[in-house]
Design a protein around this ligand. Structure first.
Ligand SMILES: *[C@@H]1O[C@H](CO)[C@@H](O)[C@H](O)[C@H]1NC(C)=O
Ligand SMILES: *[C@@H]1O[C@H](CO)[C@@H](O)[C@H](O)[C@H]1NC(C)=O
Ligand SMILES: *[C@@H]1O[C@H](CO)[C@@H](O)[C@H](O)[C@H]1NC(C)=O
Ligand SMILES: *[C@@H]1O[C@H](CO)[C@@H](O)[C@H](O)[C@H]1NC(C)=O
Ligand SMILES: *[C@@H]1O[C@H](CO)[C@@H](O)[C@H](O)[C@H]1NC(C)=O
Ligand SMILES: *[C@@H]1O[C@H](CO)[C@@H](O)[C@H](O)[C@H]1NC(C)=O
Ligand SMILES: *[C@@H]1O[C@H](CO)[C@@H](O)[C@H](O)[C@H]1NC(C)=O
Ligand SMILES: *[C@@H]1O[C@H](CO)[C@@H](O)[C@H](O)[C@H]1NC(C)=O
Ligand SMILES: *[C@@H]1O[C@H](CO)[C@@H](O)[C@H](O)[C@H]1NC(C)=O
Length: 634
């Protein structure tokens, strides 16, 4: 039983995953047709209050650069609005004479044009690029030097490193030299090191940020904080992640936990529901059986909550700046064994929510700093050319909210329409019957009805892959490749190393992201299932789509998002042929080895090899949507 007797905001109904509480929860839902919907009730403040973000992935300006959509309106505030919210919440904390802490659990990198869209030749990225010219998104440098400047303007108390800060050495180096130094001991990487040259030009392994932080709050409460990453095996050369099980035996760790603080604050990039939190938690509990422990996790992109004992609480605050997490607690006397009174909340990130909780309105909310940040983001967008509009999307195309195949599925749109159209523009093989196969892991995000910009393209299709083909494959063999690929599963992708034996960067990212997607999908399905099991469903008309966790966590009640899983591989429309009619079998280079291997499994007439494959087009996978939009959406 994961949930011990907890006391939560005066009721025992929090239960992150317990279905029993659903009927109570539904009965109290307010009706509203406003968008975004307002919060349902004020926050509960305690002695210590924490605002938490995680997995922001560059999603710092959803209002101005993402196309409108109902879910996006719920998280439509800019990073500048967030800065203003923080300023006002700090003022409220002073008025109430309580502590307010700000924490972030990592993964700032990789997500949108603002984090990935650095144009080649940009001055600010130059130094870093010379350190490591390889980038995940090769036409752009994936460093976030510029957008990190906006992150740095938020007065975080503790930040933890995420796995996306470790895929390329240049990013890790920037976090070490620049970001970490800015935050002066607040950027924590308890079990993550980087190898650098020291003053005498020797290679040395040092923590990327700091290993721990001990500090006093405004109210003079002592806090001991760590920043822990899960056992991440995909980090770049010259970065190292120590196993959490080993970290807790390190002398520095044992020293750091020896003294009892008022609270332990464990920030880290790992899921609160699983993973290694109990390892860290138990190590502290062995020494301090009753000291309050606050845990802020991440990585799975979900709103989550878990209580390891009655004097601790774990929270995860979603993803992509869609959610701000809130936790508060009242402290009791040291040594007390009574349950601690915690409250938690997941805030939608929009101005309605921000103004509601800060008791401000449109004319009193804005701050000079917030406006400056929003202005700076707009200028960055301009410099990166992110607003360039290819066309106007006629509807939403989503990864998981529409089934595959269907007209609302981004996968159907790409593999059946966008890619065939874009490739036909640039190939000598136009008009020859073909079948195209791509991996569904090639897409990252939805496209929404409205202007389709360069930023949308970078956000939706980050990977740069070439389209290759094998000519004259017999039709009846070609059509058996896709089902067989899916039967064998995507696992084969990362079982296949490149010729030099190294797992490719894209394979590392796709492997890890698939775990995250699975965690996220399981959560969406869970919300969806709960909701549709309920008889009173129709009473909730007027609510907007969004995250709908059970219990008291959601600040704004929503109808859960539909959730459909995707096959690992998807294919274009099958040409109207039969028998051994010759066709072009087209696929992205990322899955070349598996496709050829599979083709050799589904037929025995001949043995295919890499030598049979040629370049189909100069168009790359990250250009397909823009080219298609230019043709079809104008
Ligand atoms: C927890 O705090 C809330 C708000 O201050 C209060 O209403 C409730 O009675 C408290 N519960 C316990 C068990 O102290
Ligand atoms: C990084 O690793 C490479 C290969 O292992 C090594 O040659 C290089 O010196 C390392 N860089 C640093 C900064 O230590
Ligand atoms: C440090 O060593 C590297 C090779 O390991 C060399 O390229 C570089 O010039 C050296 N720098 C200094 C300041 O000696
Ligand atoms: C991390 O860096 C510290 C300080 O240089 C060093 O003592 C430790 O051995 C390194 N840890 C790993 C796992 O490389
Ligand atoms: C802060 O707390 C420490 C004990 O942790 C105490 O010695 C000190 O006097 C306190 N300072 C203030 C300003 O209250
Ligand atoms: C906003 O709040 C201020 C101060 O409470 C008030 O004077 C003003 O009339 C309000 N403005 C609007 C548009 O409601
Ligand atoms: C405005 O933003 C810039 C970065 O865009 C920053 O350097 C500067 O300090 C900010 N000024 C204020 C007043 O916040
Ligand atoms: C899907 O789109 C096609 C082409 O626009 C259209 O003919 C068809 O009716 C649509 N299907 C549904 C279920 O909307
Ligand atoms: C494809 O694009 C490349 C680069 O823009 C161009 O050189 C080539 O002529 C194009 N080929 C066709 C068939 O359009």
């Amino acid at each position: 039983m994961r949930l011990l007797g907890l006391v939560f905001a005066g009721a025992l109904s929090y239960m992150a995953r317990a279905a029993e509480t659903d009927s109570q929860w539904v009965a109290n839902l307010p009706k509203s047709s406003q968008r975004p919907s307002p919060p349902s009730r004020p926050l509960q403040w305690g002695d210590i209050n924490v605002i938490s973000t995680t997995d922001t992935h560059g999603s710092w300006d959803t209002n101005t650069i993402r196309s409108p959509s109902r879910i996006i309106e719920d998280c439509s505030a800019t990073w500048g609005d967030y800065a203003a919210f923080v300023t006002h919440m700090k003022e409220l904390a002073e008025e109430k004479d309580v502590d307010l802490l700000l924490v972030d659990s990592g993964d700032l990198h990789d997500g949108t044009g603002l984090s990935d869209g650095f144009p080649p030749g940009g001055v600010d990225a130059q130094d870093v690029r010379s350190l490591n010219p390889t980038s995940l998104y090769s036409t752009f440098d994936s460093t976030s030097l510029q957008s990190n400047e906006f992150f740095k303007q938020i007065p975080y108390d503790v930040l933890a490193i995420g796995n996306h800060e470790l895929y390329t050495y240049a990013n890790t180096y920037d976090m070490h030299m620049n970001f970490g130094k800015h935050f002066q001991g607040r950027y924590l990487s308890s079990n993550v090191n980087i190898t650098v040259f020291d003053a005498s030009n020797q290679s040395v392994s040092v923590p990327v940020g700091s290993r721990f932080r001990k500090f006093k709050t405004r109210k003079n409460r002592s806090v001991t904080a760590f920043g822990v990453l899960f056992d991440f095996a995909g980090s770049d050369v010259n970065t190292t992640v120590q196993r959490v099980e080993d970290m807790i035996h390190e002398p520095w760790f044992l020293d750091a936990i020896a003294e009892e603080p008022d609270v332990f604050l464990l920030i880290g990039h790992m899921s609160v529901a699983r993973d290694r939190w109990p390892v860290v938690f138990n190590a502290i509990r062995e020494v301090h059986p009753t000291t309050p422990i606050l845990i802020f996790g991440g990585h799975f992109h979900i709103r989550d909550c878990l209580q390891l004992d009655q004097r601790s609480m774990s929270l995860a605050s979603g993803r992509y700046m869609e959610t701000l997490g809130w936790m508060s607690l009242n402290l009791d006397k040291p040594g007390s064994t009574a349950p601690i009174n915690f409250s938690r909340r997941y805030l939608d990130t929009n101005l309605v929510t921000y103004q509601y909780h800060t008791n401000r309105n449109a004319s009193t909310f804005g701050t000079v700093q917030g406006q400056n940040i929003t202005q700076g983001l707009l200028e960055l967008e301009e410099r990166f050319g992110l607003k360039y509009q290819y066309g106007v999307a006629p509807r939403d195309y989503t990864m998981n909210r529409s089934p595959y195949p269907s007209n609302g599925s981004i996968m159907t749109m790409i593999v059946e329409d966008a890619a065939p159209t874009a490739l036909a523009l640039n190939t000598t093989r136009a008009g020859i019957p073909s079948l195209l196969i791509i991996s569904s892991g090639s897409q990252r995000f939805d496209i929404y009805k409205g202007p389709f910009t360069k930023n949308d393209q970078l956000t939706a299709s980050p990977f740069v892959n070439q389209y290759i083909y094998i000519p004259d494959v017999p039709f009846d063999a070609a059509i058996r490749v896709l089902p067989e690929l899916n039967r064998a599963g995507a696992e084969r992708l990362w079982a296949t190393k490149s010729e030099d034996g190294e797992e490719s960067l894209q394979a590392r990212v796709v492997r890890l992201e698939r775990e995250v997607e699975t965690g996220y999908m399981t959560w969406l399905e869970d919300m969806h299932r709960r909701y549709h099991e309920r008889p009173q469903m129709r009473e909730e008309e007027g609510l907007t789509l969004g995250y709908a966790c059970p219990g008291e966590g959601d600040d704004t009640p929503h109808i859960p998002l539909p959730a459909y899983r995707l096959p690992d591989f998807i294919g274009s429309r099958v040409p109207d042929l039969s028998g051994d009619a010759p066709i072009d079998l087209i696929f992205v280079d990322f899955i070349e080895a598996q496709v050829i291997r599979t083709l050799n499994e589904v037929q025995t007439a001949r043995v295919y090899s890499r030598a049979d494959a040629g370049v189909y087009s100069d168009v790359k996978s990250n250009e397909v949507l823009g080219l298609y939009a230019s043709v079809a959406w104008n």
